[in-house]
Design a protein around this ligand. Sequence first.
Ligand code: AMP
Length: 218
Amino acid sequence: MLNLVLLGPPGAGKGTQAQKIAKHYGIPHISTGNIFREAISNKTPLGQIAARYINDGNLVPDDVTIGLVKERLSEADTSNGYLLDGFPRTLPQAKALQEIGDELNKPIAAVINIAASTDELVTRISGRRVCSNCGAPYHIETLKPRVAGVCDICDGELIQRLDDTAEAFKTRLAVYTKDSAPLEDYYEDTGLLINVNGLLSIDQLFSEIIALLDEVNE
Ligand code: AMP
């Protein structure tokens, strides 16, 4: 059982690495951001709540997000492990995750923290694209699709996220610094934190993460 969390500022490459890591170990990739975006495009009640926060770069309230993750981790496909991408993002979420893990007997084995400088993040975000259908991540320079503007996986249209505009991104970075950065200390104290360098290329970073996780998974 390999239960993992990916931490890191917006644009550090969490989504890209999460997809690859989850595929490598055959565990579900659970992205709260993707779940919210899907709910918004399907106009569900959850989507209506999430839309009030996401587009401006603010966090969806903890009670909504924690309830969603608890439900998702109760599903059978997480019995051999899971990879959380974008959760937890606040200390109350981290504490709730600890309780959920204990209750469901699916405790966290490792927390990978992808670090990157603000300058690099701004450059990456401006070139980032995402599949409007399946949520797969792309970049106009570093992670191009086979056909421009079209998703390799599902042929969906590639779009720029509304919260990747300069203004919303500024808010997201500020929110990260205030609410999410303290999680690094929290997980450092629990001995679960593994720091990796988000400035490496996608493939180099992936190899490094797998080498580190294979040690945890022994
Ligand atoms: P992401 O795709 O992980 O960058 O998430 C996009 C947006 O979804 C965030 O900026 C938040 O508005 C919302 N979101 C995703 N995960 C969480 C979370 N754990 N807590 C609160 N809001 C979240």
